[in-house]
Design a protein around this ligand. Structure first.
Ligand code: SAM
Length: 221
């Protein structure tokens, strides 16, 4: 059975991963979750201090985080350099079925959602003057960047589905990949994950979660 597309509570689509047995977003609202966790708690927070931002997306998935960052960066006159890692991409047909451009009522000419899926892997492209984009067809453990990113959007499948992604080796890589004062955000608020983040050197904050979730986590290098 292929990955199933379904509608979340705010009307936006998500996908149920056949491979990992979990959904790509909260059933309470995919767009609301991305807005709350990644745009509000990371991008807007960091943009208070600087207009040039480099972002590491773990992982690219449906492209919703990348797409909403493109829109926000353009509206706020930011300059964002965005890198998304993804080892198991969805098909182009599945990406075309997602309702994000329609629901956000956004012109596909100005904000080309499909281009994020159709562009070549490992090639950086300028989507517009505010957003440069590169996708890497690689597993997260291949990341070796040091002091390169201002933010990490840590949007891996939940610890019960992929426990190894929430352990010290990968979280340490995220710490190394961030610049000093870099921001790591995730929808996850599990105690063990917060303890590991502290152990690798982050200062950890609990924030109010998106709809349907009491808390989320933001950590600063
Ligand atoms: C929760 S989804 C990401 C949702 C995404 N940010 C979005 O906006 O749709 C997690 C993603 O991580 C990818 N993934 C899982 N394990 C991976 C690994 N070891 N390396 C790279 N990508 C992985 C999955 O294929 C999936 O696309």
């Amino acid at each position: 059975m292929p990955n199933q597309l379904f509608e979340t509570a705010d009307g936006s689509h998500s996908i149920l991963s056949e491979q990992f047995g979990v959904s790509y977003h909260s059933k309470h609202g995919a767009i609301q979750e991305t807005q709350h966790v990644f745009i509000n708690a990371a991008l807007r927070f960091k943009a208070l201090l600087q207009k040039e931002l480099s972002i590491l997306d773990i992982g690219f998935g449906t492209g919703l985080n990348a797409y909403m960052t493109l829109i926000e960066a353009t509206h706020r006159n930011l300059s964002v350099d965005y890198t998304g890692y993804e080892a198991f991409p969805i098909s182009i047909e599945q990406a075309k079925a997602l309702n994000y451009p329609a629901l956000l009522n956004i012109s596909d000419t100005i904000y080309p959602f499909q281009l994020l899926h159709e562009c070549d892997w490992e090639q950086r492209i300028a989507i517009n003057n505010h957003f440069s984009f590169q996708k890497c067809l690689q597993t997260f453990d291949q990341i070796t960047d040091q002091n390169r990113f201002d933010m990490v959007y840590f949007d891996a499948f939940a610890p019960n589905a992929q426990p190894d992604l929430w352990k010290q080796p990968l979280l340490e890589k995220m710490y190394q990949a961030l610049k000093p004062d870099g921001v790591f955000v995730t929808y996850c608020a599990k105690g063990e994950v917060k303890r590991t983040l502290k152990a690798v050197g982050f200062q950890v904050e609990r924030l109010k979660g998106p709809p349907g979730k009491r808390e989320m986590t933001r950590a600063i290098k």
